[in-house]
Design a protein. Structure first.
Length: 199
C-alpha cells in the first residue's frame, strides 16, 4: 500500500513545490484542505515552532503522518524581518505585491541589501510523535529595487540569488528546486524519513 502523508499547507504554489520534491519517494501527498482540515494559528516567532504546530495540527485531524514547512525571507538590514511574518508582512489581507512594496520601502536608503530565505520542514508520524524530524535550508541573495521574472512566488521577483546572479523568479521550477531553501530542506527531509521511518 502506498505511503501517505498530509501536507499542512493551503498554499497551492507551495503544495506544487512540495509534491515535486517528495515525488522521488513514491509517497502520496494529500493537501490538508482535501481532508477539510482547517488552518491553524501561527503565533510563534520562530520558523521551527510554527512548522511544528502546523504538522502536529494536520496529523491530529487526519490520523496520518504529516509534513509542514514554515519559511520566509530574512533581511539583514531589517534585523531579520519580515521573517516568520513574510506572508502577511503588509497586513492580514497581504498580497505578494503589497508585501514586496513594503519591503522595498523599508530598505530605501539602506546600503546592505543582503537577505536569505529560510525554510524549516518538520515531519511527524503522529500528532504526539516525540521525535519530530526537522530539516533546515537557507537560500542566500540580495533584495533588488525592481522585479524581474515571472516564475516563483512571494519575494522571488526581487530576490537576486547569489550563486547564479539571477532573480529567483527568473529560474525555472526545476532550477529553483535544485538550489532553493525548500529544495535543500526537502532533500534532507527525504533522507531522514527514509532512514528513520523506513519509507
Amino acid at each position: 500500500m502506498q505511503k501517505q502523508i498530509v501536507l499542512a499547507s493551503n498554499n497551492s504554489k507551495k503544495m506544487k513545490e512540495m509534491v515535486d520534491l517528495l515525488s522521488p519517494m513514491g509517497v502520496r501527498v494529500i493537501a490538508q484542505k482535501d481532508l477539510d482540515i482547517p488552518s491553524v494559528e501561527e503565533p510563534f516567532h520562530t520558523f521551527l515552532e510554527n512548522s511544528l504546530a502546523k504538522a502536529r495540527h494536520a496529523s491530529k485531524y487526519s490520523g496520518l503522518p504529516a509534513i509542514a514547512d514554515d519559511s520566509g525571507i530574512c533581511v539583514d538590514a531589517l534585523n531579520g524581518a519580515p521573517g516568520v511574518f513574510s506572508a502577511r508582512y503588509s497586513g492580514e489581507n497581504a498580497t505578494d505585491e503589497s508585501n514586496n512594496q513594503k519591503l522595498i520601502k523599508a530598505l530605501r536608503g539602506k546600503e546592505n541589501r543582503n537577505a536569505h530565505y529560510t525554510c524549516v520542514i518538520t515531519a511527524l508520524r503522529s500528532a504526539d510523535d516525540p521525535e519530530p524530524l526537522i530539516a533546515v535550508g537557507k537560500f542566500y541573495g540580495k533584495v533588488a529595487d525592481f522585479p524581474s521574472g515571472s516564475n516563483g512566488f512571494g519575494y522571488d521577483p526581487y530576490f537576486i540569488v547569489d550563486s547564479v546572479g539571477k532573480r529567483a523568479a527568473e529560474l525555472t521550477p526545476e532550477e529553483k528546486n535544485a538550489i532553493s531553501h525548500r529544495g535543500q530542506a526537502m532533500r534532507i527531509m527525504r533522507e531522514m524519513i527514509a532512514k528513520n521511518w523506513n519509507w
